[in-house]
Design a protein around this ligand. Sequence first.
Ligand SMILES: [Fe+2]
Length: 137
Amino acid sequence: MTLTTEWQDTYRIGVPEIDHQHQYFLLLIQRLEKMLHSDPPLAHLLDSVDELIKYAAFHFKSEENMMRFAHYPDLFNHTVSHLKLLEQLRLQSLKLAHLDPDPEDLIQFLVKWFLDHTTGEDLDFKLFLDSQTRPDH
Ligand SMILES: [Fe+2]
């Protein structure tokens, strides 16, 4: 199945700050996809991937701080998972620099990576926030 880089309403988890950052992250993937189709110099490509990695690192730190503020009990596991995701992303960047991957594969990897993160773990955080604000708690 080919994954689209267009923002879908189903990606929204319902925490505005996180959703905004996710939308921007997807925009960076879209830009990269457009760029790949114009056969750019490798250095330009790596700069864009670097921007993506830095934004992901910022986003993760931002989420971890939000989770700490909310006393999220799963903060440690979530932080470990962020570290692993960043490593995967850095590894892909390294492959891009040293091997000759299919650009389409890279985009598919990025979108899948994005979806696993947003619709998996971030949704768990949203459910936790909901459970904290319900009147019976
Ligand atoms: Fe996130």
